[in-house]
Every structure is written in C-alpha cells, then in structure tokens.
Design a protein around this ligand. Sequence first.
Ligand SMILES: [Cu+2]
Length: 574
Amino acid sequence: MMPLMSFSLFSLFSFSLFSLFSFSFLLSLARADTVTYDFNISWVSANPDGGTRRPTIGINGQWPLPLIQATLGDTVEVNVLNQLGNQSTSLHFHGLFMRDTPHMDGTSAISQCAIAPGESFQYKFKVDQPGTYWYHSHTQAQYPDGLRGPLIVHDPNAPFAGEYERDVVITVSDWYHRQMAELLPAYMSQSHMLMDPVPDAVLLNDTHDLRVPVGGSGGNGRKTYLFRLINVGALLGQYLAIQGHEMTVVEVDGVYTRPTRANVLFLAAGQRCSVLVEMKDMPDRNYPIVTEIDTSMIMGSVRISATGWLDYGAQHDEQPRGLNIADALDDLALVPLDEQPLLEADRRIVLNMNVQTIDGAKHWLFNDSPFIPPTEPVLYTALSAGDKAVQPTSYEATSNVFVLAANEVVEIVVNNNHMGRHPFHLHGHHFQLLHRSDDWAGAYHDEMKAVSSPIRRDTAIVNPGGNLVIRFKADNPGVWLFHCHMEWHAHSGLMATMVEDPLSLSLGELSCKDEVNEVDEDEEVDEEDKQKENNSLPVLISGIFFLLVLTTVVGWSAIPKHRYTYITDDEAGH
Ligand SMILES: [Cu+2]
C-alpha cells in the first residue's frame, strides 16, 4: 500500500505543480501586454486652485494629466509629440530602473537630447517593478508648469492584493501662478541668499476641492481602500493625514513594506507611499484629508494647505484639525517585506552640499562643483568613448561624474550644511536607507548604527544641517542621476551623474541626429506593415506618409532647436 500511496501523492503533487506552472505561464502570457500611450504635449490653460488661470503643460489638450497604468511584466510605449512650440521637453518615469534601456530614462543632457518643438520621441520599456510611480519632464526645470502625472504598475500578486476594495491615487503638490520661464531667471540671479520661490498653493489631485467618494462600508462588512499617495510637487514636502482614520503603510517608492501603522505621513517631492485604510460603517459625516507643508524651505509665515475629503455621502463635513507633525512616520522605521540584508559597502562617495555665485548666477554645488548640462548627453559620451568610458576625464567636469564598477556596492554620504530639508533621488535604483541624522548634527562621522534590513526607496530626505547615508549595488549598467528633487536646486546644480559599468552597455552609439532619423524609420516600417495588411490602401497611405515626412522635415528645419521662452495666455490659446 505504501508505495502506491506515495506514488499517488507524488502524482497529485506533480500534477498540481504542473498545473500551477502551466496556469501561471498561460496567465503570464496573457498578461504580458504592450500598453501604448500617445501623448501630444502642448500648452493648455488651467486654474487648479481658483487663484489664477495660467498656461499649463497638458497632454492631448487636457490637464490634469492622464494616469499611466500597466501590469507587472507589461511593455509600456509612450509616443511623445512635442507641440509646445516654445520649449523642448522629455519624460522621465520616476522610480523605474530602466534596466537594459537606460536611454529611456528621459533625462535630457543625460540619457537623451531634449525633444525639440515639433519633434517626437518614443519611450519604450518593460515594467518589472510593481507599485506607485510618476512621470515628469526632466528638461529645463519644466515639470512645475504641469508636466507631471501618476504612473501605477499593478501587481496581481501583491502581498496585500486581496485586502482592499479599490485603489485610489492621490497626488499632493505645490503650485505656482507664474511660469518657470519667468521664475527661473529671477531665481538664478538673486544677489543675496538663494531663496526658493514660495508656491502660491498646494493641491490634492491637482485641485483645491478634492472629494473622494468612498460610499461607506454598508452592510457587507468593512471596506478597505488602498490609497496611493504621490508627491509630484516642485519644492515642498508635505505631511498628510486622513482625519479619524488610521493608515497602514504597505509600500514606499515601489518597495513592499512590513505593514506599519501611521497616523501622519511625510512625503517629500518625488516620494510615494501606499496605505491601506479601513472605511467607516455609514458615518454621519465626511472626513477631511489634511495636509501641512514642511516650512524648512520657507522664510516667514507662509501657510498654504489643501484639504480633501473622504466623501461618505453624509450631510456634513467634519471640521479639519491641525496635524501633529511630530507624530509623522519616520521611514527609517520601515522594514522591507523581503528583508533584503544590509549591503556591505565597497566604496564611499561623499557629497557636500553648498551654494555659490558663479558668473553672476547662483548655483547649488556638490563638493564645490555645480552640475551644468553637458553639450552631449552623458550616456552618448559613455557609448562612444570605448574603453575610455571608465575614465571620469572622458566626461565634462561639470557633469559631476562618478564612474561605478560592475556590481560594486556604493555608499553615498550627503552632508547638508543648509537650513532646508532636501529630498535626494537616485535614478536607476532603489537604495538602502541606512542613516539620517537629526537636524544640525553636522557632517557624517561614521556614527551610524544600521539595521539588518534597511528600507529601500528611491528618494530620501536629509535633515537641515544633517547627513544622510545610503547604499546600492551597481548592477544596472547605465547613466543615472543622483539629485535633489527640489526643482530649483536640481536646476541650479545639485546633481551628480553615476556612470555605471559603462563597458557593459550594448546600445551601439547614439546621437541626437540618429534619434530623429530613428523615429522616421519607425514610421516607415509601420506604414509598410499597414500596406501588407491592406492592399487597397497603399496609394492613400503613401500619400499621407509623404505629406507627414514633408511636414516633419519642413517643420523641423524651420523651428529653432531647444527654444525656451515664456508663453503668454494668448499664445496658449486662452
Ligand atoms: Cu534641495
């Protein structure tokens, strides 16, 4: 009996295993889609806070911008056509590693040439990271003019997948009534201290009057929602709470966390956090979503805030109360669900922040060197430099290049001698967040007591006058920025460039001219395919294609490259 039983059990086991494998294989086949977005980027008019109507950068004639969403394993295609007329542009997909596609990182002067007015560019990349992200312009401090939106990668197997009814994206941001093209020159030419322009408003989901209909739990047991919170702002960190509701953090910056309770969250510019929130059972009131800005960047008594509502459909709204910001969750206390162990560092890069006037313009500096955009994208230089790509001297000095060897573990120490709280973002990676000092602790002197499984994220703050220590493994060949995500500081020089394992790059040589040709070639291939599919249309299609090429070529040569000017309301069409 025993052998037979063992055999039967084995058969059952192997059958189940086989079914499971084949089922998930079929499922993964079914799921691996290509998700395509056609984005015509142009000026529209918007007045999100009810203060001032202003030219704003929209997509397909709309602002707020569309949500990009895909499922883990999908390929995402974003076809960008720059119809701004007066400015170049690019799109960066914040938090996505762009493994094997570093030329899709969307950073002009780093991973590509900016997309000039009238030009198009196709972003195409695989999403193999789950969670909450966002996309934004990475050209000429442009995204605060509106070119920033959410990006979600759904994971059917997320550890909390069965625990919520709906997911709701909520962006927090700051908002200026004036355009960056007007604010930037004034900012750079300040004669005294380098003061950041104070935003005119803060927004929740790009409005001053957000109401999230939540319906209440009713008779079917308590409902739980997943709120995906994203700070898409240009400058301000913000505290956030949902009054009367406790939040359980389950993800930060695309990293699943051990579920952690919080009453108040802090989101710096660029940071994301997903929280599970249990809805109330038919309450008699609607509850406020309350925010409060981090004032460390602002002189004087500026108090701007936004209030949104969990709208249960009740007759009245509960009065918003102030936030206890001392109660905010410290991300150092979070633990990654996978408990990835602390990395042992192979080398250390120390970055000291500073401010200086150079040639009459204010600059932020790392180690006394401001980042100034190079004439050729750093990635292109790396690709054409051959064996010399590993030598920092192959790059312009003001690109602040650090060349990283394959798979070395890099520790970055940021010493902040400034009074503000700055968020630092690393492209192409998560980093382990090892240590953040208290305010005014001074430069880092190995005082760290790191935990065994530090939280990983892609954006982390350094406190006023304090220091920050992070580590990551250089296992993603490419050229990745490390920079402050306060757009004023990034634009005026607070950036470094990690040229990572450049000899493993296999993208051939890229140049800006080739990129333009590449787009044309792609169109030609597409048109040829269509002709094969439908023989009754070739003449018509050839005609349209000829006109398209003619328009593109004429338009392209007629439009000056990389123009950057202020646009008037009239020009924006309003
Ligand atoms: Cu900064």
